[in-house]
Design a protein. Structure first.
Length: 318
């Protein structure tokens, strides 16, 4: 997964910059579960989602529309998968220095701190609930723009950045997928973090509600200043006592083994999607893999996906 030094504002001597001097984050395409999520992250706008600016080279000689002497900077990749080019060629070419060693997506640089690094004295119930809703807002808008249920499937305190403006922003979508059965990586192959993954993940079910479980576990982990794998019943009780009753109830719902019960944690009034005028007219490209026998078909329709349902209600009232 992407290290936090790659996507936060931490300065180091290995910084990657574009031609115009902007610092960027680089994420290798290798192992990316569903390339369509990178296309969506390029097309949509949300203060709670990391933005994909474009791509690096995809093969020897690939410099996008550039044809000058900089072609020689591109390195060769013997194991390059042609699907990467077919799915990713829609993104603009971004020339970076130094040139990424592997074909990569280029993301905006995020100034802030991982939620993991924020100490208990800085935390309050109202602040944590605000960040909780920020992430739900981002997931809601992401699903709305995809037109299908979407799951991040790798939410943890390390993948939530608290920006300099105080918003919670979700990063590292390498394991995310649109749950329509068309991801190029079979549903039997998945990324998850032990301690944060919902129970159904281990049974082979990939659901939008799985993100609610991981988000709640992230809140508990930060408040206890412990990895989720070390938390026990006493830890949960201690945290819940520090929170407002309403927020504590929402987190209890998120930790239910029943994904449907987790939907009770959603509070439509707290989710604020980007206005309809900012929504791109075309966010999903036609070039999609056909579903294979190995793919898990999405069990949700528009009316049953929690994030799509919330986003639709809110967008309809704009």
């Amino acid at each position: 997964m992407t290290s936090m030094a790659d996507e936060t504002g931490k300065k180091d001597k290995h910084a990657v910059v574009t031609d115009d001097g902007r610092r960027v984050a680089v994420k290798s395409i290798d192992g990316w579960t569903d390339l369509r999520t990178a296309l969506l992250l390029h097309d949509i706008r949300s203060p709670y989602l990391t933005r994909c600016l474009g791509r690096s080279h995809l093969y020897t000689g690939d410099v996008g529309d550039r044809t000058d002497e900089r072609t020689s900077m591109v390195v060769e990749h013997k194991n390059f998968d042609s699907r990467h080019y077919e799915e990713s060629k829609h993104l603009p070419f971004i020339e970076c220095h130094p040139v990424p060693e592997t074909p990569s997506f280029i993301f905006e640089w995020v100034n802030g701190r991982p939620m993991r690094e924020i100490g208990g004295k800085e935390l309050s119930s109202s602040l944590l609930e605000r960040w909780f809703d920020d992430i739900l807002d981002g997931l809601s808008w992401f699903s709305q723009c995809a037109g299908e249920p979407v799951a991040h499937l790798d939410i943890s305190p390390d993948n939530i950045i608290i920006t300099d403006s105080g918003d919670a922003l979700l990063i590292d979508f390498a394991g995310a997928r649109i749950l329509d059965g068309n991801a190029q990586t079979p549903g039997t192959s998945r990324i998850f973090k032990e301690g944060y993954a919902a129970p159904e993940i281990f049974l082979g079910d990939l659901l939008p509600e799985s993100d609610l479980y991981a988000l709640a576990m992230s809140i508990f982990s930060v408040l206890c200043d412990e990895p989720a794998t070390t938390l026990d019943r006493a830890s949960f009780k201690g945290v819940l006592k520090k929170l407002t009753p309403s927020f504590a109830d929402r987190l209890r719902c998120c930790l239910s083994e029943d994904p449907i019960v987790r939907r009770n944690a959603l509070r439509p009034s707290s989710l604020r999607p980007i206005s309809e005028k900012d929504r791109p007219s075309h966010v999903c490209h036609e070039n999609r893999q056909q579903s294979s026998d190995e793919d898990d078909p999405c069990p949700y329709s528009f009316s049953t996906c929690p994030f799509l349902e919330v986003a639709y209600i809110l967008c309809s009232t704009e």
